[in-house]
Design a binder for this molecule. Structure first.
Ligand SMILES: [Zn+2]
Length: 778
């Protein structure tokens, strides 16, 4: 059976990369990776790790460099007085709407002269561009450029492959340009083309007033398919009959291929020439943005001023990373506890030694009255003592340091069926609805300890009507196998996967067996993987790692192992759900908050977008790749400031200026924020510390909508019908308040970068090889 299965898995494996790209590193990946991983096990604190670029340029030097560059440019301009004059005029003139209007008219006159030119030309005239010319303009020797380009393209193809098979999005601009390297076939994913909208169908349109959980009779559920499913070697398999005789043809990722791809990526991030190439490109991107701002800031501002009604306060923003159990601020929780003590003093909330305890008794045992309670006694805020102490931070989740209060007030599964928690989450939801423009993707936990967790969670959401148009759910899976194993709740890792995924397959095959879960899943957008990333890992994920059913030791599997098996089962599930016209899921793990950088490699390969990504600042190759593939990064500088990285050292602004797809999120308002609007607090502090312009803030907000799991329809109503188009064509400033100029700059810069490496790869002769046509599954 197992040999048979192995064959079958191979035949359904992911397609090979479209272009076979040979590099000097070929054949050495495995050794390099093993060496690198082994080092990360021994020494987490290497001063300059092999993937880092030696940072010997303090801020002053960088500043000086920038000034020198600016001086140089102004000198160049002096040589051409006409250009200078015009640039200066434009620069000074466009700070009022009237001026912008006159500029527009001037543009239109110009356009009349060139009637053949299209809309693109109009946009082109609207801002000052910086262009670089000359040979070897990228700043590294051509041979280095060519070799780096080939490697980078190969890495992008790897991500594209994994995104495509799992039905997650891959940046359309990058995808379009990569097609130049494949004349015969379009690498574009066939899976995502078929049904772009139908998965959204069950989600009510944003204007709907109906509550999806109320008045549900559960009689009009989709029919039972009569399939059956079981888990083998860590993968869920689906059979078209109850006897498991015929298996449904679904794509299963191949482990060997994954490990090969991962080894390639690991070798890539420490390759010297690639490293310096990427470092230089990132520096260039920063400088280019500075120049853009220098020349166009006033125009951007003027464009924003010209939009009636819209401003930063009334554009849509999504809190792309926030945990449900800490989505309320501390004052809110305190008030809620006091209110509950008054309102339900005699409610039995907890079982102690077989006997029920009322809320009054619980507090009596702690020697506390409602009057005694304050934010200080609650003691849930992160403070200077939690910095670099994730263990201390975790205990902050317990009100007054008492785990019993956490169980009563912020759990979905307790003696009162999560009643209080449902109430408080609904209060947070109604605050969001009141503010109208703020939305959140709350994370709820599924631990994988028992098979009924999903049903209990759905029961909680549906019976308490915990739903809001402003909120979508993400399911976070804590990496706590070792804990459950040592308590003997689980005997191997496969049982954890089984508890997490089998109920989802059952609910997809026959919704009537899990009616509430079926309903709840319509508002779940994806999976998250959570835990302290800085915890040491003692195992290297390789072909020799035990399979999940053989992972019986008490040791915790490494991060990449968790991510791979979550990804693999999610992929199969997505295909099954797409066939039924149900919504599909994405992977959005916590990744690169701390700990080893290979987490970011797994994140790049497998996930739609990530949370934190702080470690990218140390790995230029990965940072450049995250840029080229426009992988979303939900950043929470206030959270980082309390745990891992001081605010002023946070790389958010650097990422933003380079054009990475970043958004702002709160992580845990209960621990980090002080006001009723934690997301606005986050924006406000970022704006003040980094002196963000209104345009920067609106760009961040727009990114948050794009990254979020809200449906296509919702995004259309928030950003405009053409939001999926590339560059300024996809922008509606009346909705996003982001000037076309900014998006044109971003789009052109990304295209330039991609063209640079694609051309270099062409010249290198690493063009398409025809012998490997893609086989994108069924
Ligand atoms: Zn988090």
């Amino acid at each position: 059976m197992s040999g048979d299965l192995r064959e079958r898995q191979k035949s359904m494996s992911l397609p090979p990369p479209q272009v076979s790209l040979h590099t000097a590193m070929d054949g050495k990946y495995k050794d390099i990776t093993e060496e690198l991983l082994a080092r990360s096990l021994v020494d987490g604190e290497v001063r300059s790790a092999p993937y880092e670029f030696p940072e010997d340029t303090p801020i002053e030097q960088l500043e000086e460099k920038r000034h020198r560059l600016e001086r140089q440019i102004s000198q160049d301009i002096r040589l051409e007085p006409e250009i200078l004059l015009r640039a200066k005029q434009d620069f000074l003139k466009t700070d009022s709407t009237a001026d912008l209007q006159s500029l527009r008219e001037k543009d239109e006159v110009m356009v009349d002269h060139h009637e053949l030119q299209e809309k693109e030309t109009v946009i082109e005239r609207q801002f000052q561009r910086v262009t670089i010319s000359g040979e070897e303009k990228c700043g590294v020797p051509f041979s280095d450029l060519a070799d780096s380009a080939v490697c980078i393209i190969k890495a992008l193809f790897i991500r594209q492959k994994y995104m495509c098979v799992s039905m997650q999005d891959f940046c359309s601009t990058t995808s379009r340009l990569l097609q130049q390297l494949s004349h015969t076939h379009t690498q574009h994913c066939s899976f995502n083309k078929d049904m772009p909208d139908s998965g959204d169908a069950p989600v009510p349109p944003p204007v709907s007033e109906t509550h999806p959980y109320e008045g549900q009779e559960f009689t009009i559920l989709p029919p039972d398919l009569g399939y059956s499913c079981s888990i083998e070697h860590g993968f869920v398999h689906v059979y078209t009959s109850p006897t498991h005789s015929t298996e449904l043809d679904l794509p299963y990722p191949d482990l060997q291929e994954f490990i090969t791809d991962m080894n390639f990526m690991m070798a890539l991030i420490i390759n010297g020439p690639v490293k310096s190439f990427c470092y230089r490109r990132l520096q260039y991107l920063s400088s280019k943005f500075q120049m853009h701002i220098l020349l166009n800031e006033m125009k951007e501002l003027a464009a924003q001023k010209q939009v009636p009604h819209r401003d930063f306060y009334n554009i849509r923003k999504v809190d792309t990373h926030i945990h449900a159990s800490s989505c309320m601020n501390q004052k809110h929780l305190l008030r809620f506890i006091k209110r509950a003590m008054k309102k339900y003093p005699d409610e039995v909330v907890h079982m102690e030694g077989g006997r029920g305890q009322t809320l009054t008794e619980v507090f009596h045992n702690m020697n506390l009255t409602a009057y005694d309670l304050s934010v200080d006694t609650l003691d849930m805020h992160a403070d200077r003592n939690t910095f670099h102490r994730f263990d201390k931070f975790n205990s902050k989740y317990n009100p007054i340091g008492e785990s019993i209060l956490r169980e009563i007030f912020i759990k979905t599964d307790n003696h009162i069926q999560g009643k209080y928690f449902a109430h408080i989450v609904k209060e947070v939801m109604s605050d969001l609805e009141e503010s109208k423009y703020q939305n959140a993707e709350l994370r709820l936990s599924v631990y994988g300890r028992s098979r009924d967790e999903w049903d209990k969670l759905a029961e909680w959401a549906v019976t308490h009507s915990v739903y809001s148009h402003n909120v979508r759910w993400l399911i976070q899976i804590p990496r706590l196998y070792d804990v459950y194993r040592s308590k003997r709740q689980l005997m191997n890792f496969q049982q954890m996967l089984e508890n997490i995924f089998l109920p989802l397959f059952e609910a997809t095959i026959s919704p009537n067996t899990h009616p509430k879960l079926h309903l709840f899943l319509q508002h779940v957008v994806g999976f998250d993987s959570v835990d302290d990333e800085s915890k040491p890992e003692h195992h290297v994920f390789s072909l020799y790692s035990p399979r999940p059913d053989n992972w019986t030791e008490e040791e915790n599997p490494p991060y990449s192992y968790y991510l791979y098996y979550t990804y693999a089962n999610m992929t199969v599930l997505n295909h099954l759900r797409r066939r039924r016209g149900f919504n599909t899921f994405v992977l959005r793990p916590h990744c690169g908050e701390a700990g080893p950088v290979h987490h970011l490699v797994s994140g790049f390969m497998l996930s739609a977008n990530i949370s934190h990504g702080l470690m990218l600042r140390k790995v230029p190759v990965l940072q450049y790749l995250y840029y080229l593939a426009q992988v979303g990064i939900a950043m929470s500088p206030l959270s980082n400031n309390s745990l891992f990285l001081s605010y002023h050292r946070n790389p958010l602004y650097e990422y933003l200026s380079r054009g990475l797809m970043v958004s702002l999120s709160t992580d845990d308002p209960l621990q980090f924020h002080f006001t009723k609007e934690p997301l606005m607090e986050e924006y406000s502090i970022a704006a003040q510390v980094w002196k963000l312009s209104s345009c920067d803030m609106c760009e961040l907000a727009r990114n948050s909508v794009l990254m979020s799991g809200f449906s296509h329809k919702v995004k259309i109503s928030w950003l405009g019908a053409g939001y999926m188009r590339e560059g300024p064509d996809g922008n509606e400033i009346r909705r996003s308040n982001v000037p076309d100029i900014r998006l044109a700059f971003r789009h052109e810069t990304l295209c330039d970068e991609l063209q640079l490496i694609i051309q270099a790869a062409h010249i290198q002769g690493a063009g398409p090889e025809e012998e490997t046509p893609p086989s994108m599954g069924p």
